[in-house]
Design a protein around this ligand. Structure first.
Ligand code: ZN
Length: 158
């Protein structure tokens, strides 16, 4: 099975706004499966469709160690955010690097699931950071725009 190629910083597509998903199609289901393959293959915690070259408002996340918290968020929007956290962040589109970014410590996000049913998710700390990072991708932003100080070489961690 060939993995979809991850677009890396410098690729114009990463600065483009992704489009709303109107309906779920077999092609989008395949895309979502492929996104999880890429995510798990690279030990990431989140991936936006634009990172594999598709400008659709879809993100997949799983912050668990054992791939047990697979979540698909379609057309996600932040409803509430509060607090602040500062920590290291990395991105599959910025291989080998990480940087310090300040994010809300809590977010509540409304989204559509794979069946196009509305859901909400609340997240603190790592999950809040991951949601904010992935939602930024949908609007053409990467964390490097928000890095405080310099990008540094990553240990391995995403
Ligand atoms: Zn990223």
């Amino acid at each position: 099975m060939a993995l979809r190629q991850v677009r890396v910083l410098g690729d114009d597509i990463l600065s483009k706004r992704s489009k709303e998903v109107k309906e779920i199609t077999p092609r989008l289901r395949e895309l979502i499966d492929d996104m999880f393959d890429v995510l798990y293959d690279s030990n990431g915690v989140g991936l936006a469709a634009v990172q594999v070259g598709v400008l659709k408002r879809i993100i997949v996340i799983d912050i668990s160690e054992d791939h047990s918290e697979r979540r698909v968020l379609i057309n996600p929007r932040i409803l509430e955010s509060s607090g602040e956290q500062t920590g290291m962040e990395g991105c599959l589109s910025v291989p080998g690097k990480q940087g310090q970014v300040t994010r809300p410590n809590y977010v509540k996000v409304v989204y559509l699931d794979e069946n196009m049913e509305e859901q909400e998710i609340e997240g603190n700390e790592v999950l809040a950071r991951c949601l904010c990072h992935e939602l930024d991708h949908l609007d053409g932003h990467t964390y490097v725009e928000k890095v405080e100080g310099e990008l540094v070489d990553a240990e391995q961690e995403e």
